[in-house]
Design a protein around this ligand. Structure first.
Ligand code: SF4
Length: 350
C-alpha cells in the first residue's frame, strides 16, 4: 500500500479525481504539510467518506520518536523507529536564524568510510521516500511554530545509493503544494559516487551538492574512503565539472581535519591543485572521534595552524563548528543504537 508521504500532490489529485471535488486535494495537503497533522480523523474539514477513503487506501504509519537527545549547543538528535523496527537518526542543528535538519537516506551504509560510525552498521536497507519525508515532517512538527530552514542529506547512508527515493522525496518536499522547500536550501551530500553525481545532474531536480573529499591525495583518500578505489579523484573532478555545467550550483567540498594524516603542507597543496579550476567552497571540519576509530581529534592549535596555511587556497574556505558532539550527533557519529544515552522524556523538548 502506498504511504501518504510517498505520493506527490499530482498523484493525490489523480487518486481523488472523479470521487471527490478537486479542492479536497489542497485541503489534505494543507493538513499534511502546513498544519503537520498526520491522521485523517484529525482533518476536521474533510467529510467522513473521504477520511475513510484515505484510511483504507493509503498507509499512514509514521515513525515513532524512540528517543531525542538535546545537546548543550541546542542541537537535537532524534532516533526514529521505523515500521519494521529499524532505527535511524536525524539531527536538527540550530544556528542563529537557521534551523538545519540532517536527514538519513539509508539504514546503515555500505561505503565503509573509516572515520564514520554509520559504516560499522553496514547496509541494512534503503529508506522509502515516505520515510525520508517523515523525518522532515516529524521534526517540523516538533519545532512548530519555528520553521526548518535547511535540509541536508548528510545523516545515515549514502544518498546516491538510494537516489531514486531521495529525488522523489525532494521533488515532493520542494513542491509548492507540499512543503515548498527552496532548492537553494537543500543539499545532497555524497562520499563521491560519480555515477550518482551525473544522474543527479541530469535528474532535473534542483539541489546543492556537497562532496566528502577529506584528501586530494589519491592513496590517502583510498585509505579512508574505499569509494575512491572505484571512482578515483580525476573521475570525481570530471563529474563535479559536469554537475556545475548542468546545474550552475556551486559545489561544497567537506574536508575532515585528521591530525597526522591530512593536515600537512603537501595535503594543502594537493587540495589547492584539486580545487584550482573548480568553483567550490571548502568546509573544514575537525574530526569527531567515533568508537573504534584509529584517529584523534585535532587540537585548537593544530586547527589554527592548518587554517592559516589553508589561506593559500584560492577558493572560499570555512571552518565548520562541530555541533552536537556531546550527544554523538556531529558529522560521522550517527549510529542509532539503543545503548546510547538518549532521553525519551518530553522534558527534553526545547
Ligand atoms: S560517511 Fe557517509 S558514505 Fe561514508 S560510511 Fe558514513 S554514511 Fe556512508
Amino acid at each position: 500500500m502506498r504511504h501518504i508521504y510517498g505520493i506527490s500532490p499530482e498523484e493525490l489529485s489523480s487518486l481523488l479525481q472523479g470521487q471527490f471535488p478537486a479542492y479536497r486535494t489542497k485541503q489534505i495537503l494543507d493538513w499534511l504539510y502546513k498544519k503537520y497533522v498526520f491522521e485523517p480523523d484529525q482533518m476536521t474539514n474533510l467529510p467522513p467518506e473521504l477520511k475513510e477513503f484515505l484510511k483504507t487506501g493509503l498507509s499512514w504509519e509514521i515513525p515513532e520518536i524512540d528517543a531525542r537527545l538535546v545537546s548543550t549547543d541546542g542541537t537535537i538528535k532524534y532516533r526514529l523507529k521505523l515500521s519494521d523496527g529499524s532505527l535511524i537518526e536525524c539531527v536538527m542543528i540550530p544556528d542563529d536564524k537557521k534551523r538545519t535538519l540532517c536527514v538519513s537516506s539509508q539504514v546503515g551504509c555500505s561505503r565503509g568510510c573509516s572515520f564514520c560510525a554509520t559504516a560499522a552498521l553496514k547496509l541494512k536497507r534503503n529508506l522509502e521516500a515516505s520515510e525520508i519525508i517523515a523525518q522532515v515532517m516529524i521534526v517540523a512538527r516538533e519545532l512548530y511554530p519555528q520553521r526548518l530552514t535547511n535540509l541536508v542529506f548528510m545523516g545515515m547512508g549514502e544518498p546516491m545509493d538510494n537516489l531514486d527515493n531521495v529525488l522523489f522525496a525532494l521533488k515532493i518536499l520542494q513542491d509548492e503544494q507540499a512543503l515548498s522547500f527552496s532548492p537553494r536550501r537543500t543539499t545532497i551530500s555524497t562520499c563521491g559516487v560519480v555515477s550518482g553525481i551525473k544522474k543527479l545532474a541530469e535528474s532535473g531536480i534542483k539541489t546543492k551538492l556537497a562532496v566528502s573529499l577529506n584528501s586530494a591525495v589519491e592513496e590517502k583518500r583510498s585509505r579512508i574512503m574505499p569509494v575512491s578505489k572505484l571512482y578515483p579523484l580525476n573521475e570525481l573532478k570530471q563529474a563535479l565539472f559536469y554537475f556545475r555545467r548542468k546545474t550552475n550550483f556551486r559545489i561544497t567540498l567537506e574536508y575532515i581535519l585528521i591530525p597526522d594524516f591530512n593536515m600537512g603542507i603537501a595535503d594543502i597543496k594537493a587540495l589547492s591543485r584539486f580545487v584550482d579550476d573548480l568553483s567550490s567552497k571548502i568546509n573544514f571540519i575537525p574530526f569527531n572521534p567515533v568508537s573504534g576509530a584509529e584517529w584523534r581529534a585535532p587540537t585548537t592549535a593544530e586547527i589554527d595552524l592548518f587554517m592559516q596555511k589553508a589561506q593559500s587556497i584560492r577558493q572560499a574556505i570555512t571552518l565548520r563548528k562541530s555541533r552536537g558532539k556531546d550527544i554523538l550527533g556531529a558529522c560521522g557519529q550517527l549510529v542509532a543504537q539503543k545503548g546510547e544515552n538518549h532521553e525519551n522524556s518530553s522534558a527534553n523538548r526545547p
